[in-house]
Design a protein around this ligand. Structure first.
Ligand code: ADP
Ligand code: TRP
Length: 323
């Protein structure tokens, strides 16, 4: 039996190659090896986005991006969180047995408030909604970054508490922290992140991608000088797009001398454009046919509700809400 795997994505605007190699590609792989549940967490985004137009466009954009990058609704469950109202009901039920102390210990809440985000009740109970996302689908594995690990542990604690109180109802989920996923470096060598302004965007115009690649920070070695590929930002980003033998050949050209950084950047640019070209074409098509995206999301919500309704019915019975 394939493992049930779930992850939620908060729409956050323009995707970069760090997002792709650090997260999205793993989701695409999970479609084949697991029973993947993937959704856009727009109810969670409501705690930070209060502009309705923005929330709507971010949601649709995130769905379009993921479909363009290889998410196939025939091979996974793919939907928008708010299209499945059972989650909000379960969230209330779970919040009634969640101790305040469990949420008071959550780092993410404190970090967000420290950053100036409005400390709403929703922001505080965010982990309970996340537990509902996971538990309502009887999920076994939740692949998340380190920052979300505590939230999955909270979901486990809530599931155990519910099962002890009302009888075996929920699968106990486990976090999966993909240790082997390298941190993708940005154009300045730090972790690529939109908050550092060092990204190479995926779906921008070719010219904007060129500008980002040409802006990669290097030392000032001349064309003829021997260069160290291991410590070079161009090489370290380019590796993502090369086979092992191409990597060895490219590393050789660094060490031998005779290749300037301008030429190395041009080589990388070609690789980036070539790699993402089919995804960009798919993105353009979906953008021009947004009704198809909406239909996929509508069907996805209907499909996943077969699972969520079954769990919620069991919960209603177990708790005495079904009278
Ligand atoms: P950003 O740092 O640009 O704000 P997000 O926090 O929105 O990116 O990250 C979305 C997903 O992409 C997360 O799963 C995160 O782990 C992954 N990710 C983002 N940047 C990188 C990177 N430089 N290397 C590896 N994974 C990354
Ligand atoms: N909180 C997650 C994030 O910001 C998104 C999310 C919502 C999620 N519900 C989830 C992730 C359930 C994993 C499982 O990245």
């Amino acid at each position: 039996m394939k493992k049930r795997v779930l992850t939620g994505v908060q729409a956050s605007g323009t995707l970069h190659i760090g997002n792709y190699f650090g997260a999205i590609r793993q989701m695409v792989d999970h479609q084949e090896k697991s029973d993947l549940f993937l959704f856009i967490a727009n109810l969670h985004s409501l705690t930070t986005v209060s502009d309705p137009k923005l929330l709507k466009s971010l949601t649709l954009q995130a769905a379009t991006d993921l479909l363009a990058l290889g998410i196939n609704p025939d091979h996974c469950h793919f939907w928008v969180q708010s299209d499945v109202p059972e989650v909000a009901e379960l969230s209330w039920i779970l919040s009634s047995l969640t101790p305040m102390g469990l949420l008071e210990r959550a780092h993410a809440y404190k970090d967000k408030v420290a950053k100036g985000i409005h400390p709403s009740v929703g922001l505080f109970t965010y982990p309970v909604l996340m537990a509902a996302d996971i538990l309502i689908n009887q999920i076994q594995l939740v692949p998340v970054g380190k920052d979300q690990k505590q939230h999955v542990e909270i979901a486990r604690d809530i599931a155990i508490k519910f099962n002890n109180l009302y009888g075996e109802t929920f699968t106990i989920p486990e976090p999966e922290i993909p240790e082997d996923v390298a941190v993708i470096p940005g154009t300045d060598g730090q972790k690529m992140s939109k908050s550092y302004g060092n990204t190479i965007p995926i779906f921008a115009e070719d010219n904007a991608i060129k500008k980002a690649v040409m802006g990669i920070v290097t030392d000032s070695k001349g064309v003829e000088e021997s260069k160290d590929p291991e410590t070079n930002n161009i090489f370290n980003i380019c590796k993502l797009f090369l086979t092992k033998s191409e990597q060895a050949a490219f590393a050789d050209r660094f060490r031998k001398g005779g290749m300037g950084y301008g030429d190395a950047k041009k080589y990388l640019l070609e690789k980036v454009l070539e790699y993402f070209r089919p995804f960009k074409e798919k993105r353009k098509y979906l953008e021009n046919n947004s009704d198809e995206v909406e239909k996929i999301l509508e069907d996805g919500a209907m499909k996943v509700r077969r699972t969520t309704l079954k769990t919620l019915e069991a919960v209603r019975k177990a708790t005495g809400l079904r009278y």
